[in-house]
Ligand binder design. Sequence first.
Ligand code: HEM
Length: 523
Amino acid sequence: MLKPSPDTVHNLLISPWFSWFLSLVNKVTFLQEFFMKRVYLLRSNIIDSPPLYETLHDYPTVSAHTNNSLYARTLPPVPKDCPTPMGSKGPVELPHTDILMKFFQRTKFRPEPMGSSVLMTFFAQHFTHMFFKTDYRKGHGVTWSGHGVDVTSIYGKDVHVENMLRSFKDGKLKLQTLNGEEYPLYLKDAPVEMTYPASVPPERRFALGHPFFGLLPGLFLYQTIWMREHNRVCDILKQEHPDWDDEQLFQTGKLILVGETIRIVIEDYVQHLANYNLKLKFLPHVLFGENFQYQNKISLEFNHLYHWHPLMPDEFNITGSVYPMKDFMFHSEVVVNHGTAAVTDAFSRQRSGHMSHHNHGAATQYVLRDAIKTGRELRIQPLNNYRKRFNLRPYTSFEDLTGETKLAGELQKLYHDIDAVEFMVGMMVEKRRTRNLFGSTIVEVGAGYSVKGLLSNPICSPQYWKPSTFGGDVGFEIVQTATLEKLFCANIKGKCPLVSLRVPDFQIGDVDELSNFVVKDEL
Ligand code: HEM
C-alpha cells in the first residue's frame, strides 16, 4: 500500500484546504476515535519495530541496539586520547566542540516563531524531567528513570521521598502557608535529596519531588500547583468516600494525577507543539483489542532531542520586575514573593526562545556541549541515519538541512559530507518545519517516543482504564475533563490569571528568523 511521507501528513494536518474536513473530524466522536487510533498505532509501531539495519550499512558502529534505540550501547566508550572516529563518510576526526559551540551561542535573543510562552517551556521541562534522568555519576548512557509517566516529578523518586512529602492525613501532601498561599515545605522540614549549591540559604531551599527542581522558579511553580491539585482531588475523594483511609485516598489521588497529566500533555501541550488542525484527544480505549504493548523505555535519543535549552530566555519579566537568569536560578522565593497568579500570568505573556542554532543562553551552553560529547562517546549515529529510520527523507546537502546558505557553508567546511552530520548538531541547525517550533527530525522522532510513552502507561490499559481505578465516576470525570487552565484556576485563589502556552500577542510570521542571527566567518 502507498504510504504517505511524514512531511505529506504534516502538510495535510496544517493545510487550510483540509481544515474543513478536520473540523468535521473534531466534532464527530467515531471519526475522532478512528483518527486517534491511527495516530497512536502509527507513532507507537515505529518505536516498537526493530531497527532497519539495512539502512545503516555505511556506519561502522552498528552492532548492538535495543529495540527502540539506534545507539551502540554495548560498545566500549571511545578512549579519551583517541581521535573520535567517524563513520565511513566525512572527515577522520569530528569537529572540536569548541568550534561547534560558535554556532550555538546566543548573541541576540531569537524569539520562538510559533509564539510559545515561557509557561510552555517550563511545562516541557517539568513534565519531561520525570523520565529524563541520566545518572551522570554512573555514565551518560545510564538512567535512574522509571521509563514513563510515573509522576515522580511531583511525588519523588521513591517511597522514602514520597513519605517525606505526605501528611498521612486524608491522603494529602504536606504544604505550608507563605504569603497567604500554600507552598511545598522548606527542605529543613522535609529533608529529601535536593541539589542546591552551598550558597543557597535555608529560606530559599524547598523539598520538591525532583532533586533538580529548586533550579528554576518555573519548576517550583508547577510543583506547587500539582501538589495543591493532589490535595484538592483528595478533598473530593474524601467527600465521595468518607470511609476511606489515608492510604486509599493518597494512592487514588495519585492515579488521578497520572491521568490528568497524560490528558493535559496530549490535549494541551502536544496539541500546541503539533499545531495541527486535528484536535488531539486522549482516548485510551481506542487501543483495546489492538496489538499494543503497555510498557515503555526512555531512549537516549529521546532524551537528547528534548534538550530544548534555547527555549529559555535570558531574563524573566514578572509584572515589571526583571530577573536576569543569574538572579532567577535557585530563587524559588520569586514565586512566593509575587504569588502564583502573577507568576503564571507573567510566564503566559513572555515569549520563549527559538529552539535553534545561535540561541543557547550562557547558562545552558555547557549542557549542549556535554550532549554532543555524549553522542560521540556512545556513538550515536548521524542525523541522516535517524531520518531514514523514521521514514524521513535524508538531507542531500547542507543547504537542504539548514534552509539557508551561510551556516550551511560553514558546516560543510567542518563535516564535508551531509551524511556525517551528528544527530544532536543536526537537530540544532535543522530548518524549521512549516507552522512548527522544530525541524522535522525532532517532531517525527520525538512524536513516536512521546505517544508510545503516554499511551503505554498502565492506567491506559483495559484493566485500569475504568472509573473504579480513579475512585468512581467523579474521579474518572476529573481525569477526562482535565485541562491546563483548569489545573491552574482550580488551585489559585481569586481571579484566574492568563494560563497559556502561547503568548497572547503572537501573530504568524511576526519573527524574521533567517536574519536574526549572525554566522561568524572565522571559526
Ligand atoms: C535555564 C534553564 C535550564 C538550565 C540551567 C538547565 C540545566 C541543565 C543541566 C545542568 C543539565 C544536566 C546536564 C549535564 O550535566 O550534562 C540539564 C539536562 C537536561 N535538560 Fe536542562 N536546563 C534548563 C532548561 C531546560 C529546558 C527548558 C529543557 C526542555 C524541556 C531542558 C531539558 C533537559 C534535558 C532533557 C536534560 C537531560 C536530563 C537528564 O537526562 O537527566 N532543560 N539541564
